[in-house]
Write a protein that binds this ligand. Structure first.
Ligand code: ZN
Length: 249
């Protein structure tokens, strides 16, 4: 079965010959290749993020967890994730919340960031891509500068030297349904559909500058939980297909 915590563990185990870094480490340190940036978008179920964070900690891995406010902002859980050595970042969706009003959006950004910083040293941010809204959250930075808020990088915009981007969005590593979670790399196209494909590729060390995004809520060893996540993905993917057909018309 794919998308189990055990499978995620196998992915982590396939990274033994890579430097594994958080987003802020990537931005502030000299990172030798081959490397992998690991990012987690905690869109829902923060408890599962904690499980993943504990597993990575056991494997000696530090990654970056982006939390939505207030949707997945569970203070106790985030404090534990942070204490395990992981970076905590802000998964912002302010342009959606402000319904496309840039001035309103930046005020919400400032306020929410302030709340997060009461407990955490937030250095990086990451746009939450809601497929059901028409706004791309990153567009906010065409008008404002996140550096003015003491932020050193945005998870999509700042990772410029990456060659390969892999995301579990759409419950596949090669989904055409990644409407907002994508990178324009224009590099070699690799066929990676399942986690086993990804493991094989990583073990072969054919790729040197990698970036992996994993949504913790998708990964579970618990059959009921796993089935719920599967059903949610099927519903979302169907919705995205309808949207894509609509956009093409
Ligand atoms: Zn998200």
């Amino acid at each position: 079965m794919d998308f189990t915590m055990r499978m995620y563990e196998r992915i982590c185990e396939s990274l033994k010959s890579y430097n594994i870094v958080t987003v802020s480490q990537y931005l502030t340190q000299k990172v030798d290749s081959p490397f992998v940036i690991i990012r987690h978008d905690v869109d829902r179920q923060p408890k599962n993020a904690l499980k993943m964070a504990k597993l990575e900690n056991l494997l000696g891995i530090c990654s970056t967890y982006y939390f939505r406010y207030p949707k997945t902002y569970n203070l106790d859980i985030i404090k534990t994730v942070n204490s395990l050595g992981h970076e905590v970042g802000y998964h912002y969706e302010v342009l959606d919340k402000a319904k496309g009003d840039y001035d309103k959006a930046i005020k919400i950004f400032e306020n929410e960031l302030k709340v997060l910083r009461e407990d955490f040293d937030i250095k990086t941010i990451c746009m939450h891509g809601n497929p059901l809204t028409k706004w791309d959250g990153k567009d906010l930075w065409n008008y404002y500068n996140y550096r003015d808020f003491g932020i050193i990088g945005e998870a999509f915009l700042s990772c410029k030297t990456v060659s390969f981007y892999f995301t579990d969005t759409g419950r596949s590593w090669c989904s055409k349904l990644n409407m907002k979670d994508n990178f324009e790399l224009g590099k070699e196209c690799l066929k990676v559909c399942s986690s086993l494909d990804l493991i094989q590729l990583l073990q072969s060390c054919r790729t040197n500058k990698n970036y992996i995004t994993v949504h913790p809520e998708r990964w579970s060893n618990n059959l009921i939980y796993w089935t719920t996540a599967l059903a949610r993905d099927v519903i979302f993917n169907t919705g995205k297909k309808i949207l894509q057909v609509g956009l093409r018309k």
